[in-house]
Design a protein around this ligand. Sequence first.
Ligand code: FES
Length: 156
Amino acid sequence: CEDRAMEENEQPTGGPYFVGKKDELIEAKRSFRTLEDRDILIIHHQGVFYALDSYCYHAGGLLQNGDIEELNGRLCIICPKHKYKITLAEGESLYKANDPRDPQPVPRWYSKGMKQRTHTVTEINGEVFVKLSKSQGWLESDFFQGEKGKLERAKA
Ligand code: FES
């Protein structure tokens, strides 16, 4: 029991961490921060803040310069490396495909599920905070974070 308590104490807290003044982050549109050894991209788009892991879950591409588009009614960042589409709010990976079982196949949007870790952004009196997500067990974007992730990104 004591061991368990100690283990829990050693867990990183996840924040919330101060990441900048609201005005500055709005002006920057996209900001890079490292919190608890995790590289995070903070995006301000159409009046809303988003935070997600900086490196694409697919092969560690830099999401920072990805275009943002609305696809199937959801805002997505398009990874510049291989054009994977990731929803800004949930980190879900979307793709368009035909279902060959349809008598007249029409391309539709499908989801591969949550792949990119997203984090919670809050704003208090003009200051912006990010709380790191610890939920959902392992997500694929975790692979490219930290020291080991740096090596993986170099290989990809
Ligand atoms: Fe992002 Fe491949 S690294 S799509």
